[in-house]
Ligand binder design. Structure first.
Ligand code: SF4
Ligand code: SF4
Length: 266
């Protein structure tokens, strides 16, 4: 599909820059300098949804005006991709020159932050035990992306603003597919309070590990941290959601990895 798309663009007077996969391209790659030097309007075709693609580009100081991003995984063929690119850019005004910036890449897995949604609450930073996040000025950034553990999307489940995307995820909302935004998972939010030991700003209490399981019917819980409210009986030990199980297993794995004794999620 890619070669056919390049040919169509070049044949219609559009200059084309072919680069390695934008998500997998190493953060320290020299190619980012060349991409950051781009000016004017560009249209991007890549193998990930538009929202994370734009933020990957912005994270690397690419300031060119992005007319559109076409997810090659969401179109049926090169003709459809070309229609979308050409529709956004208008008539070709270049010479049809094709430039290829080659560089070997390896598959990567790391969080992409949507800065238009992030409120710098630092929950991801407090939650992740691998030092992926850091505060830079007033922003929270994924400063050490390759510390992230492949297959772990836990921070995207706890982010209260749906700002964390993993574009290679099979889950549309986590991947940042158009029309979706990740909602914080209630069970994952409970994990956040237990894991960090932080006091809940709503009920004012600190949740404990034993309070993580799902509540039986009729038992009121804090809407933020999920603790049973003071005048209600204890919780049922069973009935936790599938997501809770998944997050719990992930966290066990991460703890093992952190301790240097686990087999990992790769
Ligand atoms: S948890 Fe979400 S909103 Fe809060 S700092 Fe992290 S990315 Fe931003
Ligand atoms: S996915 Fe897991 S390891 Fe990666 S940044 Fe989020 S919490 Fe940390």
């Amino acid at each position: 599909m890619e070669d056919e798309l390049v040919r169509r663009c070049a044949d219609t007077g559009r200059d084309v820059l072919v680069v390695p996969h934008l998500y997998h391209l190493a953060h320290e790659s020299s190619l980012w300098v060349e991409l950051a030097a781009l000016r004017g309007r560009v249209a991007v075709a890549c193998w990930m949804p538009p929202r994370p693609a734009e933020w990957v580009l912005r994270e690397h100081q690419v300031e060119a005006e992005i007319a559109t991003v076409v997810d090659l995984g969401a179109v049926s063929d090169a003709a459809e991709a070309f229609e979308q690119l050409a529709g956004a850019l208008g008539d070709g005004t270049g010479t049809g020159e094709v430039t290829r910036l080659e560089q070997a890449v390896r598959e990567r897995w790391y969080p992409v932050l949507d800065r238009s949604r992030c409120i710098a609450c630092r929950h991801c930073l407090q939650f992740c035990i691998f030092g992926v996040f850091e505060v830079v000025g007033r922003d929270v950034v994924a400063a050490r992306p390759d510390n992230c553990k492949p297959g772990c999307p836990a921070c995207s489940r706890i982010c209260p603003e749906g700002a964390i995307m993993f574009p290679m995820s099979d889950e549309p909302a986590i991947a940042g597919v158009p029309g979706t935004v990740m909602s914080p998972d209630p069970m994952a939010r409970r994990m956040y309070y237990v894991r960090t030991g932080r006091r809940c700003p709503v009920c004012g209490e600190v949740a404990e590990a034993g309070e993580l399981a799902a509540l039986p019917d009729g038992v009121a819980a804090c809407e933020e941290c999920g603790r049973p409210l003071a005048d209600t009986p204890g919780r049922a030990a069973e009935g936790a959601s599938a997501v809770f199980d998944e997050i719990d297993a992930l966290i066990d794995t991460l703890d093992d990895l952190a301790a240097g004794s686990g087999s990992g999620t790769e």
